[in-house]
Design a protein around this ligand. Structure first.
Ligand code: SAM
Length: 291
């Protein structure tokens, strides 16, 4: 398969190209004809995990040399790879699965290669976030990709509070051992009625999906209806604007204002509903004016 070499300004004419290649997130049949052809022809394949990439190449009958490139050596490896690209080699960048750079390493090499005028071209394909969105049935003309939340609960909750009001569909990656805790925190912060869709093991033999509300998913996870094994992507509906959460804040504040001074009522109302304190305070003032 012919690939036009168009080195950018600043790069020698003979410079090679960097192919940023998406690989299957489970099903090897998702390898494209183009990916196979480029892998066959490449001088080297920079991979997050060379053993895993080796298995992929072996399954395709390809013997191109592998180069390790992961989060911990990307900085030190990049100059060597740039040198190879500038001297005319075509290289492929792979992550463990899915699209490099999406919650995966690759950004530094891509940026530096582009800065050096090297042609960087995508081999598009699987991405768990996009695959999950495509089957969720949620609005995706705009969406917010959140990726992995912080692993510590306090930081996770604080991040969730920051994105609580995002109106677009939200997409999260989550590790299996944190899934239940993350779902519970989401229910606390976003409210149990937020629309939710959980995609497990997409494209693999045990692919399963669960839709409903956050409360439904928490219940299913607790009762074992969601098998807590494998890889998960979670899609949540965006904040629908004035909704149940605001109504809940209003009713709690109204009750508290009958018993407590404004500041104290707002502080308690904020705590009980997970609302930022200043929001609860200004709402408390509005409610008092109305009375
Ligand atoms: N760059 C990758 C991509 O484009 O999909 C994502 C890499 S990130 C390190 C891995 C996370 O993606 C997993 O922890 C999981 O949340 C999600 N994921 C990967 N494969 C998946 C699958 N087959 N089904 C559901 N989620 C998956």
């Amino acid at each position: 398969m012919a690939v036009a070499k168009v080195a950018g300004p600043g790069a020698p004419e003979e410079a090679g190209a960097l192919f940023v290649a998406a690989t299957p997130i489970g099903n090897l049949d998702d390898v494209s004809t183009r990916l196979k052809a480029v892998l066959e022809r490449a001088s080297g394949v920079a991979a997050e995990d060379t053993r895993r990439a080796g298995r992929l190449l072996q399954s395709l009958g390809i013997r191109s040399p592998l180069i390790s490139l992961h989060a911990h050596n990307e900085r030190s490896r990049t100059p060597e790879l740039l040198g190879r690209l500038l001297s005319g080699e075509d290289l492929v960048l792979l992550s463990d699965a899915g699209t490099p750079g999406i919650s995966d390493p690759g950004m530094r090499l891509v940026w530096e290669a582009r800065q050096s005028g090297i042609r960087v071209t995508p081999l598009p394909g699987p991405c768990a976030a996009v695959a999950a969105l495509s089957v969720a049935g949620f609005p995706a003309d705009r969406f917010h990709f959140e990726g992995f939340l912080p692993s510590r609960q306090a930081a996770r909750r604080s991040r969730l509070k920051q994105i609580k009001a995002v109106p677009e569909t939200l997409v999260f990656y989550e590790a299996v051992h944190r899934l239940t805790a993350a779902l519970q925190d989401m229910r606390e912060v976003f409210g149990g009625e937020r629309k939710a869709f959980l995609a497990r093991e997409l494209t693999k033999i045990h692919e399963s999906t669960h839709g409903g509300t956050l409360a439904d998913l928490c219940r299913k996870a607790a009762s074992g209806k969601i098998v807590l094994k494998g890889e998960f992507t979670l899609v949540l509906g965006g904040d629908g604007g004035p909704d149940g959460d605001e109504a809940a804040l209003d009713s709690i504040l109204t009750a508290l204002l009958e018993e407590l001074p404004t500041r104290q009522a707002a502080r308690l109302g904020a705590k009980l509903t997970g609302t930022p304190r200043r929001v609860a305070y200004s709402r408390a003032l509005e409610l008092q004016v109305r009375e």
